[in-house]
Design a protein around this ligand. Structure first.
Ligand SMILES: [Zn+2]
Length: 207
């Protein structure tokens, strides 16, 4: 069975997916042919859609990102099966972090993803603590940025983690808290020492 796979990447995927999903990877059914056609069409179309991510240079990056973000295992496996050597797995990791999918994030790391800081931001936005910790464990260290996001999304558990790891830009945290009007976190940031809020363009004293 394993000799079917033509390189190490797919070998890793084999260990990740369930037996039933191996069919998705290998089989040639009408449904899968339709998926393959749709992927090919999207990859080859002009890169002019309105997906708001300037970091993505081509359509194949977008498909990888979205399939991991939305946990679309069909698209993902067919993409890996047919375009493995063209994929930048950082986009998959970013999508998995944004979508809160720990299992797919681990797969993308196994396949070579290592843009920890970018994916750390997405994990913080999602708020999945296990994903955030996975990024930190691997080297992400922009804790002040994480603090601002955590304040913005009113994620107190994440705020505590960022502070524990050394975040101390209270002004930035305050502006995050104000952006979404989180009063408890506004108070915490002021208590910690925030003096100025760039979101309100006002001193902490006036909050
Ligand atoms: Zn403010």
């Amino acid at each position: 069975m394993l000799t079917y796979f033509y390189n190490d990447l797919l070998f890793e995927v084999y260990h990740f997916i369930s037996q039933s999903n191996i069919l998705i990877l290998n089989k040639s059914s009408k449904r899968l042919q339709i998926i393959d056609k749709r992927i090919d069409k999207y990859i080859n179309q002009n890169n002019d859609d309105n997906m708001n991510n300037d970091n993505m240079n081509n359509n194949i990056d977008k498909i990888l990102y979205v399939s991991c973000r939305d946990n679309n295992i069909y698209i993902l496996l067919r993409l890996i099966k047919r375009y493995a050597s063209n994929l930048n797995y950082d986009y998959g990791l970013d999508g998995a972090c944004f979508g809160g999918n720990l299992k797919l994030a681990k797969l993308m790391i196994k396949l070579g993803a290592n843009n920890w800081d970018c994916c750390f931001t997405s994990a913080c936005v999602n708020g999945n603590i296990k994903l955030v910790m996975l990024m930190i464990k691997n080297g992400a260290n922009n804790f002040n940025h994480g603090l601002k996001i955590a304040c913005g999304y009113n994620n107190i558990e994440l705020v505590k983690i960022m502070i524990k790891y050394g975040a101390n830009n209270w002004d930035s945290g305050l502006s995050g808290a104000c952006r979404y009007n989180n009063e408890d976190l506004q108070s915490l940031m002021i208590e910690k020492g925030a003096t100025w809020c760039s979101y309100c363009e006002n001193s902490a004293f006036c909050h």
